[in-house]
Design a protein around this ligand. Structure first.
Ligand SMILES: [Zn+2]
Ligand SMILES: [Zn+2]
Length: 172
């Protein structure tokens, strides 16, 4: 299994590869220049922004009661020969993240099983991943995923500042 470098969608096969990075499709592949420029942001600048956002209010519940980070939840549903699974990530506080993980664990446990063979195989995996998330200890520092989100925001701001709106050239 591969994860899309841009959206982290899980791919069993297919997608596009640019300079060694895998993308789930053309839409994500078109963000490759932005991703590359994001990788050039200095570490100290990045860390400042990460800390600032991490201790800010939750974008979902608007409250300020836990570290903001990227929280993943995992789903699967099946119908006979068709099984679809997905991982979604949200930027939110820990409480909001857990709420999604609980919902997705229940979703997968009730809708995941009904396919052969993938439903039977994927359901325990997805449920376990959610449960692991629910019981994970509060992280001491921002996750790599969260750093990446902040990095992308900064890259976007830099790109907008550098490029006039009319031009559509790929940045190298
Ligand atoms: Zn993608
Ligand atoms: Zn929240």
């Amino acid at each position: 299994m591969h994860e899309c470098h841009n959206c982290s969608k899980t791919m069993l096969f297919g997608g596009r590869t640019i300079e060694g990075y895998r993308y789930c499709g053309n839409a994500c592949a078109s963000r490759h220049p932005l991703l590359r420029s994001a990788e050039r942001i200095p570490a100290n600048v990045l860390q400042q922004h990460v800390e600032h956002w991490r201790n800010g209010p939750c974008p979902r519940c608007k409250q300020q009661q836990g570290p903001i980070d990227v929280y993943a939840h995992h789903r699967v549903h099946s119908f006979i020969l068709m099984t679809q699974w997905s991982t979604k990530k949200h930027i939110c506080c820990r409480r909001c993240g857990r709420r999604e993980q609980i919902k997705s664990a229940l979703y997968s446990a009730s809708l995941g099983w009904w396919g052969i063979p993938w439903g039977l195989l994927a359901t325990p995996i997805q449920v376990t991943r959610n449960v692991a998330g629910i019981f994970q200890r509060e992280p001491m520092r921002a996750s790599a995923d969260f750093e990446q989100v902040v990095r992308m925001q900064l890259a976007q701001q830099i790109q907008q500042a550098e490029q006039p709106a009319a031009s559509f050239s790929a940045q190298r």
